[in-house]
Write a protein that binds this ligand. Structure first.
Ligand SMILES: [Zn+2]
Length: 317
């Protein structure tokens, strides 16, 4: 999930949108899985309230939607924020937090500067809007769509880390033989890259041909006992972000065949500024990397769904 203030140019679905228009984009499948896992754990009242808000106040019908409609209100709502960003660029920074590799945990707030904020401030603010009964109903519905999406994004490890590489978006990778190709639109941006494979390719390779609903059912079975434990924990956005950050460090960067040194943080706004040295890294990822990443993707999707359900249940007891 395209995660997360520096300007992150290619967060989640949008990167895939213009880099590989035919790809099924925490792309569409990842976000929908999180929503569908959550739906299984919503209390009846919370589910009725959430479905009522989404049904009574649908998203702007003129907004082009990248992901195909699933017919499930929560799953369809889960991918809206990536489309909304195209018409409201001020929301781009809400999808991630740029925690530099090597940053101490105590410093999280430092990486969420106003006015743009980050995923932590966005979750807090959208929850406030959602709780406020005096807010216009359409704005509450949008707040619910944002919350559903951001709980997914915060569990995508690459939405909580950066190494002067826009959350891995500027790290070209070869993935199972697919060589990175430069975007015809944006110089220095390559696909696949480290961020994009965590958004879509690793999950798709884990579940070829499976629908989001199939994947959600499998996760239910695999994580049944742990889902209830995750739900019992209090919602702590900073702790969730840090957990994702550590996974990104340990697995997403840590398992690369050619270790990438931790960079001294500096402001990077486009991949063109760093792509030359990044391309020379020649990261060639296949089974060993996939085998290390897959359990993380599985658990983060299940955890995101469980935590989203607990959050919505607490809003509408
Ligand atoms: Zn996003």
């Amino acid at each position: 999930m395209r995660l997360l203030g520096s300007s992150r140019l290619l967060p989640l679905c949008i990167a895939v949108l213009w880099l590989a228009p035919s790809a099924d984009a925490w792309g569409c499948k990842g976000h929908e899985v999180v929503a569908l896992v959550a739906e299984q754990h919503l209390d009846p009242h919370a589910k009725a309230v959430a479905f009522g808000i989404l049904g009574d106040w649908p998203a702007n019908g003129n907004l082009p939607r990248y992901c195909h409609a699933t017919g499930d209100p929560l799953a369809d709502a889960s991918t809206w924020a990536d489309d909304e960003r195209q018409v409201r660029p001020e929301t781009a920074a809400w999808h991630y937090i740029d925690l530099p590799r090597g940053a101490p945990e105590a410093d999280l707030a430092k990486y969420c500067p106003p006015p743009e904020g980050c995923i932590l401030s966005a979750l807090t603010e959208q929850l406030r809007i959602l709780r406020d009964a005096s807010t216009a109903p359409a704005a509450r519905a949008d707040a619910l769509r944002f919350v559903i999406h951001f709980v997914g994004d915060i569990h995508q490890p690459l939405h909580t880390i950066t190494n002067n590489d826009l959350g891995g978006n500027c790290v070209p990778v070869t993935f199972f033989g697919q060589r990175p190709e430069e975007s015809a639109i944006r110089r220095g941006s390559f696909h696949p890259n480290l961020h994009s494979i965590w958004d879509t390719d690793i999950l798709e390779r884990m579940s070829p041909g499976q629908s989001p609903s199939d994947v959600a059912k499998d996760l239910e079975t695999k994580f049944r006992s742990r889902i209830s434990r995750w739900q019992a924990q209090p919602a702590a956005f900073a702790a969730w972000a840090w957990e994702s950050h550590e996974l990104a460090e340990r697995v997403a960067y840590g398992q690369l065949p050619h270790p990438i040194p931790i960079e001294r943080p500096r402001r990077v706004t486009t991949c063109a500024e760093v792509a030359g040295p990044m391309l020379r890294l020649d990261e060639n990822l296949a089974e060993p990397y996939q085998n290390a990443a897959a359990p993380v993707v599985d658990e983060q999707l299940a955890k995101g769904g469980a935590r989203l359900a607990a959050l919505l249940n607490s809003l509408w007891p």
